[in-house]
Design a protein around this ligand. Structure first.
Ligand code: DON
Length: 565
């Protein structure tokens, strides 16, 4: 009897130990002296820090963290997606690297329209036709080649390869999403069992041998191992089988681009962000320049005046986005005008402190909102020399198009939905567009991703970014104001409640408890509609102050994690 009891106890202890292994320890707030990584997963943040401890700089850490996220955060971390990064060297030079996906050569303006000229629902969001030519592998390699300090590229992939090969316990959030999208995985990948289980639970091991194989090829051959040869062939085969049009030339011709950042002065700070094909830098710059003319601090955080002004600015800025922004290699985006003082003063000339301007008076458009679940991910890094990297990368939706490359184990994006399929018809974020963001061969689709670095007195001050589709820009905007105007530390600035207006739909989205009853009533009386949504943005940020690094992960994502030393 006693033996039986001891055996039961032993079984229980083994079970309990095993079951507790999924309980990741994450830091949402950390202050250190030397170097820091903030990412969406503790395994990835730890890998970035380890690389810096081994002598790597912020760019080396970024590359290793990104490859790790492709394994442990498959809903957004990726090989089959794209993104943007801002790099600021210790000498103070800032550049941006664009590794956004491109439209395949066979794409055209009416790709998603039926014979009647109507948008075919879902075509730009699921399956092969939703896939843009991926940029991530080329982007990470380009950044490392130009800025990396670790000599051996393969060293940066090794931790990700180990995680893919040996497996890792999935978090609660990942288990939830793997279960949620099971039917989509099966629909597009009937033979792939890697992501399929009766029911995923936190702590279950996800082992990805095919992904490990792909990472090994990239470790050995660099981007050629991805954009040419068997991996490229497998991408094309799967995309075509799933209804898409990417060919071998599209992959072989994919090019990253270094671009001059958008730089805007705000009070005593310089804000460095992403130019087109992201709308992030221009929109953020416009918003900051508009509100700079008003005494936000005196009006107070989330007061009626501050909130109303921010919303009215956002409406006008998102209307501009819809009309004027797209890939500047294909369309003459009027960057200087949009950011000019004179233009912005004129843009706000019909602003009334007492009344909301209806969006239809700003710029007419039709609207319908499709709610899907989104996922993108951001990494902020500062190293011991104060080199800073801010990088946002995405598959667009959770697990992108849900199409997995057979035999190679990675998801392909559905970034084509970021194009304007038809003027005035909204994409999954409710964003509308027009000619500037129309589909064309090799063109990059307009993004909202806003990786940003803020400097003060020529030193790095803040590194930040976030997922959140259309709400990315306003989440970054609010986090900056929270620190600069409302004197918050980085952690409080990230956790603070957020609101958002994107011109259409014509309502303020807000998180629970953002506005006091009084302010909510005042906003309604002024003519605003309010709509509560679950959360807005998942900001990852580092503040450099008094010689120290203050990192903040967002409590909106359980897995967000700050690591540093
Ligand atoms: O580039 C963009 O703006 C979108 N594809 C980003 C998607 C996104 O943030 C989804 N996330 N939460």
């Amino acid at each position: 009897m006693q033996k039986l009891f001891l055996l039961s106890l032993l079984i229980f202890l083994v079970w309990a130990c095993d079951n507790s292994s999924h309980a990741y320890k994450t830091h949402k707030h950390l202050v250190t002296d030397t170097a820091m990584v903030v990412s969406a997963h503790p395994y990835a943040s730890k890998i970035g820090v380890k690389i810096m401890k081994q002598g790597g700089n912020a760019v080396d850490a970024l590359v290793a963290t990104n490859f790790a996220l492709a394994v442990v955060y498959p809903r957004a971390g990726n090989l089959g997606g794209g993104g943007f990064m801002i790099i600021r060297t210790p000498e103070g030079e800032a550049t941006t690297l664009d590794f956004r996906e491109t439209a395949p050569a066979k794409a055209h303006k009416n790709l998603y329209l039926d014979k009647q000229g109507q948008v075919v629902k879902g075509l730009s969001r699921n399956g092969g036709l939703a896939v843009g030519v991926p940029g991530t592998v080329a982007g990470l390699y380009t950044a490392w080649q130009k800025y990396g300090r670790i000599k051996d590229w393969a060293v940066l992939l090794k931790p990700a390869i180990d995680l893919a090969e040996q497996g890792f316990p999935v978090s609660e959030a990942e288990a939830h999403r793997l279960n949620k999208y099971k039917n989509d995985f099966l629909k597009w990948n009937p033979d792939n069992k890697t992501f399929i289980k009766d029911r995923w639970l936190a702590g279950d091991y996800l082992v990805q041998p095919n992904l490990a194989k792909t990472l090994k090829i990239i470790a050995q051959k660099g981007p050629k191992g991805f954009y040419e040869g068997p991996v490229a062939q497998a991408i094309v085969k799967k995309v075509v089988k799933s209804g898409g049009i990417i060919n071998m030339d599209d992959l072989k011709q994919y090019q990253t681009k270094f671009r001059k950042p958008i730089e805007v002065s705000y009070k005593n700070y310089k804000v460095i962000s992403m130019p087109p094909p992201s709308s992030g830098g221009i929109a953020l710059g416009q918003l900051l320049k508009i509100v700079a003319r008003y005494p936000l601090k005196k009006w107070g955080f989330h007061s009626y005046k501050t909130s109303h002004l921010m919303v009215e600015a956002e409406k006008r800025v998102y209307a501009d986005r819809a009309k004027y922004l797209g890939d500047s290699d294909f369309y003459p985006v009027p960057v200087d005008t949009l950011l000019s003082e004179a233009y912005l003063i004129k843009r706000m000339s019909d602003f009334s402190m007492k009344k909301a301007t209806p969006s239809t008076d700003i710029f007419p458009g039709q609207f319908q909102f499709h709610k899907e679940s989104f996922e993108t991910t951001h990494i902020s890094i500062v190293d011991s020399d104060r080199m800073a990297v801010s990088c946002t990368t995405t598959l667009n939706s959770n697990y992108g198009s849900k199409v997995i490359v057979d035999g190679y184990g990675f998801f392909l994006n559905n970034e084509m939905d970021d194009f304007s399929a038809k003027p005035g018809v909204p994409n999954q974020f409710g964003l509308i567009g027009a000619e500037a963001n129309a589909i064309a061969p090799h063109k990059r689709m307009l993004s909202s991703m806003t990786p940003t670095i803020v400097t003060k007195d020529h030193e790095v001050f803040m590194v930040l970014g976030t997922p959140g589709g259309s709400t990315i820009i306003t989440s970054v905007f609010q986090s900056i104001l929270n620190v600069i105007d409302f004197d918050m530390n980085m952690y409080d600035a990230v956790q603070a409640k957020r609101f958002h207006h994107q011109f259409l739909p014509d309502y303020i989205m807000f998180e629970k408890n953002t506005f006091s009853h009084k302010v909510a009533d005042q906003l309604k009386q002024a003519g605003h509609q309010l709509k509560q949504i679950k959360y807005i943005g998942i900001v990852k940020a580092i503040l450099v102050k008094d010689g120290q690094l203050e990192g903040a992960g967002d409590t909106r994502n359980k897995d967000d994690d700050v690591e540093g030393y």
